[in-house]
Design a protein around this ligand. Structure first.
Ligand SMILES: C[S@@+](CC[C@H](N)C(=O)[O-])C[C@H]1O[C@@H](n2cnc3c(N)ncnc32)[C@H](O)[C@@H]1O
Length: 330
């Protein structure tokens, strides 16, 4: 197309003219017309519309559930009325509003939160999820003494220690889980240990969220819940910082396009679909079955597999020791 004509058309169409095909409430195909005409770039040159369509339609839980009441209050409101520090101190509502929305009407939803203190966050989950099967809090120590009094019909509690394999095995047994939230000791090696222990018991399409990452940056020697931070700080290595460990795990997302089949840091991380960082928290999302089945094929061996293997040996040397479990989601 003539460049001037293309500019003129792009101008006429504006920069946001978008054609969206919607089926049963779900966006299945979006075409940005002005981008294609104005820039003369076919972004999907190697993909037929049907391939494009099949990838887009695999977004988890996007279909609006007809059983979902119209009067669902906002997640922010529920967090606010509970008095949880998730809102007034951390402002996690800005993430939870989006991350949890698609799960609200999932029938039989299973959520566990490590760190049930006064039952405030259990109340939030009970308010925002319409028909859960399980909302379980893991309580620990004296600070959680009043949690049992705060339980409602949708919530339950078990006593456990996230640094112990026995607690992890119990959680695996009670899983698999749609959502796991770590709001427990905030001691970085515990965060890593729990993630490594429980990732396989996250359901396809499910989430693993870790809150309060700031402790990874605290000064060596700082105390919280009786734990003394070890070798923490902005320069902490992956042995002492879950932030660094998840940064390593994030590299695994490139494995298919690098042709690096063995690029795996954590057991089951081949099922990782995305990592989203927020202010002081992180969300790891497991692929749905459909996403996993259609993952890109291993190709383009342009990266040095030797260098990757050397990197892997180093990365894995800072992994926690986690006992093998016979049961897990995948
Ligand atoms: C920030 S509070 C959680 C607040 C909670 N989400 C609520 O609103 O009720 C962290 C909790 O984790 C508990 N905790 C400390 N060490 C733990 C451990 N090793 N395993 C599990 N929980 C632990 C603390 O005692 C405290 O009750």
């Amino acid at each position: 197309m003539d460049a001037k004509l293309s500019f003129f058309l792009g101008f006429l169409l504006g920069t946001t003219v978008t054609l969206t095909i919607v089926k049963s409430g779900a966006v299945i195909w979006t075409l940005d017309v002005s981008y294609r005409i104005g820039e003369q770039v076919d972004v999907h040159a190697k993909q037929s519309p049907s391939q494009e369509l099949s990838f887009r339609s695999q977004e988890p839980c996007k279909q609006k559930n007809p059983a979902c009441p119209d009067n669902l209050g906002s997640i922010t409101k529920a967090i606010n009325s509970s008095g949880s520090d998730k809102l007034w101190f951390h402002h996690y509502e800005r993430y939870y509003e989006r991350w949890l929305q698609d799960f609200r009407c999932k029938r039989g939803l299973k959520l566990v939160e490590i760190g049930a203190q006064h039952g405030r966050s259990l109340k939030v989950w009970s308010d925002i999820f319409v028909s859960p099967k399980t909302i379980l809090g893991v309580a620990y120590g004296k600070s959680a003494q009043d949690v049992e009094k705060a339980l409602g019909p949708k919530t339950s509690v078990m006593w456990g220690d996230q640094s112990k394999n026995t607690t992890m095995q119990e959680l695996i047994k009670r899983g698999p889980w749609d959502i796991i939230i770590d709001d427990g000791s905030h001691y970085p090696p515990h965060m890593t240990f729990s993630l490594f222990s429980l990732w396989r018991s996250v359901n396809p399409g499910g989430l693993y969220i870790i809150e309060d990452l700031e402790t990874n940056y605290w000064e060596h020697g700082t105390k919280l819940y009786g734990y003394v931070m070890q070798h923490t700080g902005i320069n902490a290595t992956a042995q002492y910082s879950v932030v660094r460990k998840i940064e390593q795990i994030t590299q695994v997302l490139m494995r298919y396009h690098l042709g690096a089949e063995n690029l795996s840091v954590m057991p089951g991380d081949d099922r990782l679909c995305s990592v989203e960082w927020g202010m002081n928290l992180v969300k790891l999302r497991k692929c749905t079955e459909a996403e996993y089945e259609t993952h890109p094929r291993y190709k383009r061996k342009k990266a040095s597999l030797n260098v990757i293997n050397e990197w892997l040996i180093k990365a894995k040397s800072t992994n926690p020791f986690v006992a093998k479990s016979s049961k897990g989601a995948s």
